[in-house]
Design a protein around this ligand. Structure first.
Ligand code: BLA
Length: 768
């Protein structure tokens, strides 16, 4: 009866992942004993002793091995058991007396299971197929030397299956390779001509479920000499000492799961031999041999196959790696160039995208994005920035290792279906929790040939109250068109991405170090300045007041006695004191301009300007200055500082006026991501060579006699603008007036000036 999956809460996974190593059944061609050391007491035995030995299981249980075997055999076994390595005695030929005087001869194989019980498996000795190990070894060696002459991996695998078939004489021998997700495909095949080819066909993960794959990493050989044989029960089915089913992970005789036997029946297989191929502790693939009729394989032949599998496979692994050798060398070269570019650029991202080759070449991607915080740098064909914001957010929760890759992003992140044409494949590395490099590949529609419809890989059946899985009946070619998938990322490409990650992390760390050092230096120089300002305001102020007071006292008390010169000297002294006071005030004002101290808020520039003009009322009136302005915007700024900025610049324009009455215009222009302000006058102007010097603290172009002041005004302006992450400069010619420009970023100081340099160049070229 077929079961409707929707209406039943059947846990398919638990059915697929049943603990097959605890099966209490074995294949009937051999005997299995579970012994307790050291006295070799028989705890469990397979229920076929009557058929094979003519002795009932009850007559064997709880006896000792010595009750079955002659003492000289027991001595040899005991010696082997105490040597620690059981491989030395495997296989041991043993003779068991049947009822009467007849002896049965077996190949006995010993191993200790995970629970520490000794498992003895007895298989009938096969004389006709008993190929001496050494001659097999020579055969293997001959085929390996032939293998070494073949150039490509595919031909190499083909030779392997041919050789294995030659020595084992199976009807069909295949090399089966697993994908990352547990599916697999036949990559080489040698077979009888009349059999249907399986070469190139794919098989779903459920055909060889997880527990079966896991067993192969521990036990590299599986033999099923007769897929139709009736399994034999262990007696008792539960180990009487541990009170649990006995662990048969490394057993040879353990009966295959019913589901798999049914699978073999459906495929028309009478006997099978399977050898695992392990690479880097992972199951890479299998050599799968099928025979249409039952077929016994001797222990030696199995061992020889295992040996062949290992030796040959080490050669496959090496081939796999050299196959990509040239490509890998090329990627290594690109990688070293990228590292060089990154270290040359101020911003490492420029090093990744602005040169040839760039990061696209490193992984053979069609698009890439470097996501640093909120900044996205895109190259090639990528999803839109707004899509990337969400993708990166999603990645944060799914990226647990140093690299993430998929050749079908839309299948795990459905949002990506909208941009499958650019990003069906994704390879990503995190630089830190907020920063990522992503590579993209477009969808490539592919056809996959399956051995039977993978969507109907199995059915859930119910009989006698038992729910079980049944494999599909048909293994006929089933073509699938695979969409939403890119070409897969190669191992070498993933490795190249990981290497790049290391380099970026190093560079970013080094830059962060340098920045931290700079910040530290800046902080200490700021602290110095603040200390100085404090000292100036308190400690200097006091003696200064004292000088002023005493000079004034001198003037008052001795006025009658002082001549004109003396009075003039006193005036100079008083002026000096007041200049010094202004200097102290300016230094204090300068030291107070500090990013932390500025209250950034939406500020109407016009209001700030009006306040500044209010403070300059008197000077404006005295000089007859006219001040005009463009419509002014609202910006993110410190309003007090903005007012001070205008006050200083306008005061400067008035101070350095020409013969004519000052005409001052304040302009404002919106650029891409900043506001550009200008304060233009018709004053005496500045020689262009001095245009940088004027912003330096205490720098004066004129003597104090010509123009009063401390030379601090523009230094304060510069500092205010720097605190706003803007720029300030002057354009002027001597005698032709001057225009001071400054910028304020639209987004406030948090927004970096991303294309600052570009904007400035463009301005300068327009100004010429
Ligand atoms: C085992 N299935 C296997 C094995 C192979 C396959 C090679 C290991 C062989 C062995 O243990 O003897 C599958 N054989 C294949 C494939 C090809 C082939 C893909 O020749 C391709 C040409 N199998 C199912 C379903 C279940 C299942 C629905 O299809 C149900 C759970 C189970 N397969 C299953 C189990 C094993 C297995 C449990 C392990 C058998 C065992 O060791 O007990």
């Amino acid at each position: 009866m077929k079961i409707d999956l929707e209406s039943h809460t059947i846990n398919i996974t638990s059915l697929k992942e049943a603990p097959i190593h605890l099966s209490a059944q074995i294949q009937p061609h051999g005997l299995l004993l579970v012994l307790e050391e050291p006295e070799l007491k028989i705890l469990q035995v397979s229920n076929n002793t009557w058929n094979i030995l003519g002795i009932t299981a009850e007559n064997i249980l709880q006896k000792k091995l010595e009750d079955l075997l002659d003492s000289f055999q027991i001595e040899r076994i005991q010696a082997g058991l105490s040597s620690g390595n059981l491989e030395f005695i495997n296989p041991t030929k043993i003779w068991i007396r049947k009822k009467g005087d007849d002896y049965a001869v077996f190949d006995a194989v010993f191993h200790r299971n995970a629970e520490g019980f000794l498992i003895v498996e007895l298989e009938p000795t096969i004389t006709q197929e008993n190929i001496p190990f050494l001659s097999f070894y020579h055969l293997a060696k001959a085929s390996i030397s032939q293998l070494q002459e073949t150039a490509n991996l595919r031909d190499f695998c083909q030779i392997i299956v041919q050789e294995v078939r030659k020595v084992t004489d199976f009807d069909r021998v295949m090399l089966y390779k697993f994908d990352d997700d547990g599916h697999g495909s036949v990559i080489a095949e040698d077979k009888l001509d009349n059999l249907e080819p399986y070469l190139g066909l794919h098989y779903p993960e459920s055909d060889i479920p997880k527990p079966a794959r896991k067993l192969f990493t521990s036990n590299s050989i599986r033999v099923i000499p007769n897929a139709h044989a009736q399994a034999v029960q262990m007696i008792p089915s539960v180990n009487p000492v541990s009170d649990r089913p006995v662990d048969l992970t490394n057993s040879i005789l353990r009966s295959a799961a019913t589901c798999h036997l049914e699978y073999l029946h459906n495929m028309g297989v009478g006997a099978s031999l399977t050898i695992s191929l392990i690479k880097d502790n992972k199951l890479w693939g299998l050599i799968a041999c099928h025979h249409q009729t039952p077929k016994l394989i001797s222990y030696e032949l199995r061992k020889a196959c295992e040996f062949l599998g290992r030796v040959i496979f080490s050669e496959i692994s090496a081939r796999e790696e050299t196959e990509d050798y040239d490509y890998r060398m090329n990627l290594t070269h690109i990688q070293s160039l990228l590292i060089e570019y990154m270290s040359q650029e101020d911003n490492f991202v420029d090093g990744l995208v602005k040169h040839q080759p760039n990061i696209l070449d490193l992984t053979g991607a069609h698009g890439a994005a470097v996501c640093f915080g909120e900044d996205f740098t895109l190259i090639g064909e990528t999803p839109k920035e707004e899509d990337l914001i969400f993708l990166v957010q999603w990645l944060k929760n799914h990226l647990e290792e140093e690299v993430f890759y998929t050749d079908s992003l839309p299948q795990i992140y459905p949002d990506a279906e909208r941009y499958k044409n650019v990003a069906s494949g994704l390879l990503a590395i995190p630089i830190s929790r907020r920063n990522y490099v992503l590579w993209f590949r477009p969808e490539v529609i592919q056809t996959v040939n399956w051995g039977g419809d993978p969507h109907k890989a199995f059915e859930v059946n119910q009989s006698d109250g038992n729910v079980r899985l049944c494999p599909r009946k048909s293994f006929e070619l089933w073509k699938e068109t695979v969409r939403l998938t890119s070409l897969p990322w190669k191992y070498v490409e993933i490795k190249a991405a990981l290497e790049l990650r290391k380099a970026i992390v190093n560079i970013v760390l080094r830059q962060a170090d340098e920045l931290a050092q700079l910040a530290h230096d800046l902080e200490s120089s700021n602290a110095e300045l603040k200390k100085f300002a404090y000292v100036a305001s308190h400690d200097l102020q006091e003696p200064l007041n004292q000088v002023a007071n005493y000079v004034q006292l001198l003037e008052m008390r001795y006025q009658e006695e002082l001549d004109e010169d003396a009075n003039e000297f006193i005036t100079f002294a008083v002026e000096g004191v007041s200049l010094m006071q202004t200097l102290i005030d300016d230094v204090l004002a300068y030291s107070k301009v500090d990013t932390q101290a500025i209250a950034f808020q939406l500020t109407e520039v016009e209001t700030a300007l009006e306040k500044a003009l209010g403070n300059l009322r008197q000077r404006i009136a005295e000089t007859g200055a006219t001040i005009t302005h463009d419509p002014l915007p609202t910006v993110m700024a410190g309003s007090t500082q903005l007012m001070q900025l205008f006050q200083n610049l306008i005061a400067n324009a008035i101070k350095f006026r020409s013969e004519e009455a000052p005409q001052i215009h304040i302009g404002a222009e919106r650029l891409e991501d900043e506001w550009l302000f200008s304060v233009k006058d018709n004053g005496i102007g500045i020689e262009p060579q001095f245009s940088d010097r004027i912003f330096v603290i205490f720098q004066r172009l004129h003597t104090r006699d010509e123009y009063h002041g401390t030379g601090m005004g523009l230094a304060i302006c510069k500092k205010i603008i720097e605190c706003h992450r803007g720029r300030i400069w002057v354009e002027s010619q001597l005698g032709q007036g001057a225009t001071f420009y400054f910028t304020i970023p639209v987004g406030g100081r948090e927004r970096e000036r991303r294309n600052g340099r570009k904007t400035q160049n463009h301005l300068f070229s327009r100004g010429q």
